[in-house]
Design a protein around this ligand. Sequence first.
Ligand SMILES: [Zn+2]
Length: 339
Amino acid sequence: MSSGLLSGFSAGLRTLTVAFVLRLCLALLLPPAAASQEPSIPGFPEIPIDASEDQVRQRVALVRAGEKLTPKAWPNGARVAVCLSFDVDNEILWRRTPLPVPLSQGQYGATTGLPRILELLDRQSVPASFYIPAMSAALDPQMIQEILRGKRHEIGVHGWMHENLPLVGDAAKEEKLLTQSIEYLTKATGKRPVGFRAPSWAFSESTLAQIQKAGFLYDSSFMAMDEPYELLSNGQDTRMIELPINWIADDYPYYEPQAAGSLPDPQLVLDVYKGEFDVAYQERTMFILTMHPHITGHRSRIAGLEKLIVYMKSKPGVWFATLDQVAEYVKAQEGQGKR
Ligand SMILES: [Zn+2]
């Protein structure tokens, strides 16, 4: 190991240690209840400590993982499916606190982040899936045109106004927003979206039934596996394909302001993503990365993402695909009993 690498490593370690100590201090300052408990969300009361096993089973049954759906082989004998995905939230992410400066941080996604990402995807000739709240698309309608210009990307639903679905608190209102979002994107792209990613990855009691009814091919909001799986609702197969995400392969926890700079070095973030990809490659499953144009679209981070893409492309048998291509393939294999 070179001394440059060593000093980079120790600087990273120092940063991590400082962040850890800061978090520890915070945890000690807060009473234990505040440090460990989140307030319960309307419609989702706490599971009591003396609940019976049956009661607990009922309470976890709304959405659970069914069978694994990874096919025996990916197209052309590929070992792994790689999906780059971007949630194009931009200013709408600050809907509840629309102060001018944070809004500008979001607008960066439309002015600079997205164009830079699209340039990178073109340069590397790889596809990606973009999930766009309808109102973000309405504020900067050129974004959809820019994404479609590449002719290899997918656009999926990500709410009307990045609404947190359990907090909407009204099934009819939630369904209306979903319908509006589908209609908006269908009109703007000329194609009905087949993929759904819940804003903030939050499902209400009604969300799964509503996206089933709306005819989505797949969802990408859950975390019960590292590979495609079927979604069960109250023990019944919904025929909805889940293409799962997770917080480790997401830019938000590393870079967003509240992360307090705990992993500020794109090289360290890149190492985490590479570690996730390497095991997906060994296990012959799937690697989905979730990013945001206003976060990953910054200069140093795009350089890190490009390094990751180049690394993944250097391995034989990597299938770069959009999530809808993966879902279509999984569905076709399932139909032929090949899984
Ligand atoms: Zn989002």
